[in-house]
Write a protein that binds this ligand. Structure first.
Ligand code: AMP
Length: 218
């Protein structure tokens, strides 16, 4: 299926960012991570970044208006024409409804909504241990995936690594609560539309990737 248009759902730390990056390479479609967009806005000190920073640091959700505008403008960009993976959006029912409307207005149809499901008790450990190469963005984990040579990125040889400000244990609890309260009602929403596929994300990353490819086809 050429030109896939997907939503990847799932809890924070459930591995959807990693899987979205792999799907981007596998299918030649763009990963639209709203978390990455917001972190870039915070770093650049844009008006959106200034508004979002405190909310993100508290593990809460940025306002629907900001998020809907951000994604609407992003989907209009040329690189999305061949397909995209929404990673981290929508996160509320209001965002899902706004997305339906804006896709309809733009004449775009979603192919699939996929939930990468991971039980809560696994998430805190997964989130609090993760870190990223500051040069190429490759993801690592204190327990599950250390660089082969300590302190040196396997992919690019970079030697500086970063941890997300909101990956602290205190903030993770708030992020999980936001997920359960505000995002999990989206599963029945998409199930009712018949577009939802659920994948077990509590397995080795490569096994999860193969399952995603099975669901998506060639
Ligand atoms: P993520 O990288 O997807 O875990 O997102 C990091 C943080 O960015 C979240 O905890 C929220 O504060 C904010 N964020 C990202 N996407 C959204 C969204 N669709 N709606 C509201 N807030 C969001």
């Amino acid at each position: 299926m050429a030109g896939k248009r997907l939503i990847l759902m799932g809890p924070p730390g459930g591995g959807k960012g990693t899987q979205a990056k792999r799907l981007q390479d596998r299918y030649g479609i763009v990963q639209l991570s709203t978390g990455d967009m917001l972190r870039a806005a915070v770093k650049a000190g844009t008006p959106v970044g200034l508004k979002a920073k405190a909310v993100m640091d508290a593990g809460q959700l940025v306002s629907d208006d900001i998020m809907i505008n951000l994604i609407s403008e992003r989907i209009d960009q040329k690189d999305c024409a061949n397909g995209f993976i929404l990673d981290g959006f929508p996160r509320t029912l209001a965002q899902a409804e706004a997305l339906d409307k804006l896709l309809k207005d733009k004449g775009i149809k979603l192919d699939k909504v996929i939930e990468v499901a991971v039980p809560d008790e696994r998430l805190i450990e997964r989130i609090t241990g993760r870190f990223t190469c500051g040069t190429c963005g490759e993801g690592y984990h204190d327990k599950f995936k250390q660089p082969k040579r300590p302190g040196v990125c396997d992919v690019c040889g970079g030697t500086s690594f970063t941890r997300r400000a909101d990956d602290k244990a205190e903030t993770v609890v708030a992020r999980l609560k936001a997920y359960h309260d505000q995002t999990s009602p989206l599963m029945p929403y998409y199930k009712a539309k018949g577009t939802l596929e659920v994948i077990d994300g509590d397995r080795d990353m490569d096994v999860v990737s193969r399952d995603l490819e099975r669901v998506l086809g060639t």
